[in-house]
Ligand binder design. Structure first.
Ligand SMILES: Cc1ncc(COP(=O)(O)O)c(C=O)c1O
Length: 477
């Protein structure tokens, strides 16, 4: 197909040129009705912020510009079919699970998943079995499902219908999961992959491969995270016939708005165009610029750049994880970076993560000066790493979601929570990976780890834990 085309963007421009009067929604009337103080900033986009009028096609029954844009998307990624999403990978994860699973199905799920995966499990009424990740001893970061957890799970739960994976993780860690996907297929499982952080994985080495090329059945991409797409723009790919395409279509339509943003969809069309037309020379320039920045960071004595471990995992070169060699937690360092005007993607107790753009246009010279400045007065307390045995290797929830939803809930002190069942997710924010999943039994070790993270400055997505408390189910009390 002709990847130099941008049908959605072109169609919007044509609409904007043709339209003399708007007698339809949205209420801003192409920017004419808008507060004066903001119109200068919003107007160029408001003229393109159309809705599904005659020429502009229909996201759920596309026959025009959206059909053409999605066909080009599918062609670029080499899928059976690919779709625009306007509510991020969040809605993609919900749709994947809803399409692939029936209520009551046993589903194997990587323990370090995003909260949207956990919400998908609950909404679909499936019976999850959580598989713990292995931990890289050098960095303390999770590196995908522990092979032993997988062996145990498939032996204990041969009736499982699907395997839900996250690849790469937030830090760009991408283990080789080709064999795992093959094994899951040989046991009859559909493989659903939250590849939110890997929409650029078609670039080729040193960028890790996409699971679309490893045979995953359904794959979600947050185009807005790594590609030049607008926030909330994402892709959902169907890569096999294992999950019926009608079910995927029905789930997308059920879960998404009936007024999808054309500005977001045009940006998705342009993001695909940007990637598909990136010449080998441009790609080399982008990587060279990135490598020079990484090499300069390595020369700063107070920090260490996390490296790939070829025997265990590849690393997305556009995610740079930095570890402090001196005293101080990642949270403290992040605060000092922000004081100098540098906003990282995230901090955890040990690291700060930078996400780089897919361009050779950004000069990192000034950033390097400020990074050095921010390291001048390291303070804060270093804390212990999350121990690998913090989570059980392979565990189902004690109660199905249908029973949990009927149990009364009480908020108690964190220190008194061991032995209870968590009635909420406890997710350090960022990176959005749960320390406790709703429905899990709370262990003393987990309580201690959460308390330690809190002391180190972590903020949790649930308010109660920020106040040293947690909501628990009163199971059988
Ligand atoms: C691994 C992972 N999956 C899914 C999501 C949700 O993506 P989105 O923000 O596009 O809804 C995130 C967001 O941070 C994530 O890190």
């Amino acid at each position: 197909m002709d990847q130099s085309k941008t049908p959605v963007f072109d169609g919007l421009l044509e609409y904007s040129r043709k339209q003399a009067f708007s007698f339809h929604v949205p209420g801003h009337k192409d920017g004419v009705v808008f507060p004066d103080k903001a119109s200068r900033f919003f107007n160029p986009l408001l003229s393109l912020d159309a809705t599904e009028v005659a020429d502009l096609d229909d996201l759920y029954h596309p026959t025009g510009i959206l059909r053409d844009g999605e066909a080009l998307l599918s062609d670029y990624y080499g899928t059976r079919s690919s779709f625009f999403l306007v509510n991020g990978s969040t809605v993609g994860n919900l749709a994947m699970v809803m399409a692939a699973c029936e209520p009551g199905d046993v589903v194997l799920v990587q323990r370090d998943s995003h909260k949207s995966v956990f919400n998908a499990l609950k909404l679909s009424g499936v019976r999850p079995v959580f598989l713990a990740p292995s931990v890289d001893p050098a960095s303390g970061l999770a590196v995908g499902i522990d092979p032993e957890a997988w062996e145990t799970a498939i032996r204990r739960f041969p009736q499982a219908k699907a395997l839900i994976l996250t690849y790469p993780n937030y830090y760009g860690i991408a283990p080789d999961i080709r064999r795992l996907i093959d094994q899951a297929h040989s046991h009859g499982l559909a493989v659903l992959v939250d590849e939110a952080h890997g929409p650029h994985f078609k670039m080729g080495l040193p960028v890790p491969p996409s699971t679309l090329d490893m045979g995953a059945d359904l794959v979600v991409h947050s185009a807005h995270k790594m590609l030049p797409a607008m926030t909330m723009g994402a892709f959902l790919h169907v890569n096999s016939l294992r999950v019926p395409e009608e079910k995927v279509a029905a789930a997308r339509e059920t879960l998404q708005t009936s007024s999808p943003s054309y500005v977001i969809m045009a940006s998705l069309d342009l993001a695909r165009y940007y990637m598909a037309n990136m010449s080998p020379n441009k790609q080399k320039d982008i990587l060279d610029r990135r490598n020079r920045f990484a090499e300069a960071l390595k020369e700063i004595p107070e920090i260490k750049v996390i490296e790939p471990n070829p025997g265990s995992f590849l690393l997305d070169p556009f995610k740079i994880t930095l570890e402090l060699e001196t005293a101080g937690s990642g949270f403290d360092w992040q605060d000092r970076l922000i004081e100098t005007g540098i906003y990282p993607e995230l901090a955890d107790p040990h690291h700060v993560l930078f996400v780089l753009g897919l361009t050779a246009r950004i000069d990192y010279g000034e950033a390097l000066i400020r990074i050095r400045q921010s390291l001048g007065n390291a303070h804060g307390r270093p804390i212990k790493r999350f121990a690998e045995d913090l989570f059980p290797r392979c565990a189902a929830l004690d109660f199905p979601y249908s029973k949990l939803s009927k149990m009364p809930v009480k908020e108690i002190k964190l220190e008194e929570a061991a032995g209870r069942i968590a009635a909420e997710h406890v997710i350090p924010y960022p990176p959005g990976i749960p320390a406790l999943v709703q429905g899990e039994r709370i262990t003393e070790k987990r309580v201690q780890a959460i308390v330690a993270w809190k002391k180190a400055g972590a903020v949790f997505q649930n308010e109660s834990t920020n106040h040293g408390r947690i909501k628990v189910y009163l199971a059988g009390e």
